[in-house]
Design a protein around this ligand. Structure first.
Ligand SMILES: [Fe+2]
Length: 230
């Protein structure tokens, strides 16, 4: 099964942009719920035998909306927790240079990020990503839709645009949530690692592997043998 990854900070560490109450519901109910549904769907197939990235790619190709949606929501939320940090470290180095080149500076990136997220219709995700040419882009996607395997963009940061991410703290004011998120929570050191990986230096973030992968593989093998025997 895919386990709920622990938060890398205390429940109240992201306040006031995200309160402890929002974080507890978001992580312990919403994210846990997507993982529970994902694990149930994979159990019905014989258990998880692949990385989550492979599940997403397979489900998207099959247009299996239920499996894709739960897999992508599980993946996106795990990346979302790491995309935030209460440490307040500003971007520098190659990331700072890339921001300057792509957005005419940090203020330009902030304006593009907030505008794209505030204007997005309905639920979804907001991404800071790098394109194959090395340029940074801000891109929103609808509902569970992710970037990996799509749009040819590699993610640096992700922000949740679903109302459950901000409604308890900011009600319908998504713009204020995005400004507060960008100003106080964006994890720029993590984005720098992701950018380096996209440029061939080190590994990009991957979702934690299923905790009982061997057991899942054994169940899948037994299931295939039963099908062959039948
Ligand atoms: Fe969420």
């Amino acid at each position: 099964m895919f386990a709920l990854p622990p938060l890398p900070y205390a429940d109240d560490a992201l306040s006031p942009a995200i309160s402890a109450r929002t974080l507890q519901f978001h992580h312990g109910k919403h994210h846990a719920g997507y993982l529970k549904a994902l694990n149930a769907l994979l159990d019905a197939e014989g258990g998880p035998t692949e990385p989550l990235e492979a599940v997403m790619a397979r489900a998207a190709g099959d247009e299996n909306a239920k499996l894709y949606n739960n897999a992508a929501q599980a993946w996106n939320h795990s990346l979302f927790w790491i995309s935030m940090s209460p440490d307040g470290v500003a971007p520098g180095g190659e990331l700072g240079e890339a921001i300057a080149a792509s957005f005419a500076g940090f203020d330009g990136l902030r304006a593009a990020f907030v505008a794209e997220g505030a204007a997005h219709f309905g639920s979804g995700w907001l991404w800071l990503a790098v394109n194959p040419a090395g340029g940074l882009v801000v891109q929103a996607t609808h509902d569970a839709r992710g970037l990996p395997g799509r749009l040819n963009l590699a993610p640096l940061l992700i922000c949740d645009l679903w109302e459950h991410a901000y409604y308890l703290d900011h009600q319908n004011d998504r713009k204020t949530f995005l400004e507060s998120w960008f100003d106080t929570l964006a994890n720029w050191p993590f984005a720098a690692v992701q950018l380096a990986a996209a440029r061939g230096e080190g590994m990009a973030w991957r979702h934690p592997a299923p905790t009982d992968r061997d057991a899942g593989a054994a169940r899948a093998l037994a299931k295939s043998k039963r099908q062959v025997a039948a």
